[in-house]
Design a protein. Structure first.
Length: 251
């Protein structure tokens, strides 16, 4: 296909809105080289800094050439659905609806599959959809720099733990992710924020910090999904697993 920097910029911006490190990395070079955007060293440095924060090794190595992050981001990353979470003219459903409305046909099919499967795991479809939106934007072949795969971004250990044999099969991946989310909701007794933090960083990190770990990626992840789900508690099965020790000690 012919090069189209404008279209490339749009796609990278879309991916960056969902926390994709490679998109931040690519945008940094586009702003640094003036391709698709007007040259801006401050924005380039900030984008590279965000890619580095998200754990991308190439970005960490490249940061010394871009300089320290300036906290300045491009307009395309300043207008995200979550920015309207407190807008009284927007319903609680609007943030997620905005995401779903913009999906192409193949990703809408994945979203519909999530709607069908979520009740089988006693997960509210809205929460399941919000997690999938934040994890992969409903991309069944997604792979993160940290080797998380598929719609629900399962790492191989979690896939094995919840009997996912083909990590790129959308149905298997979704079932594995929802099984893990159901387990976490039981472990944290329906506390959505702790369950989401553990889905991102692992229950070991949440227990160690006795709450949401102070990782930028995890904090942003929890905020992003809460902005779409807007509920702090969820039903859970108390017989699935004993409660986290941090809950027992808090009592």
């Amino acid at each position: 296909m012919p090069q189209d920097f404008t279209r490339a910029a749009e796609l990278y911006c879309d991916a960056a809105r969902y926390g994709d490190a490679e998109a931040y990395y690519a945008l940094a070079f586009m702003y640094g080289d003036g391709r698709g955007f007007e040259h801006d060293d401050r924005i380039a440095a900030s984008l590279m800094g965000r890619a580095s924060e998200l754990g991308m090794e190439q970005a960490k190595n490249a940061q010394r050439f871009f300089g320290p992050p300036a906290g300045v981001f491009p307009p395309c990353l300043q207008a995200t659905p979550a920015a309207h979470a407190n807008d009284p003219t927007v319903s609680d459903e609007a943030n997620l609806d905005v995401v779903l409305a913009g999906l192409p046909a193949n990703k809408r099919r994945v979203a519909e599959l999530i709607r069908l499967i979520a009740p089988q795991y006693s997960i509210e479809p809205k929460l399941a959809l919000a997690v999938a939106a934040a994890e992969s934007n409903f991309e069944s072949l997604a792979r993160s720099p940290r080797n998380a795969y598929g719609v629900m971004q399962l790492i191989p250990e979690t896939a094995q733990r919840f009997n996912v044999h083909n990590i790129f099969d959308p149905a298997q991946n979704i079932k594995g992710g929802l099984a893990y989310l159901r387990w976490l909701l039981s472990y944290y007794r329906g506390d959505v924020l702790l369950a989401l933090a553990a889905y991102n960083a692992g229950e070991g990190a949440v227990d160690r910090y006795r709450g949401i770990p102070p990782y930028r990626e995890t904090v942003d992840y929890v905020k992003r999904i809460y902005g779409m789900f807007r509920k702090g508690s969820h039903r859970f099965d108390p017989g699935l697993v004993e409660a986290s020790p941090i809950l027992a000690s808090s009592r």
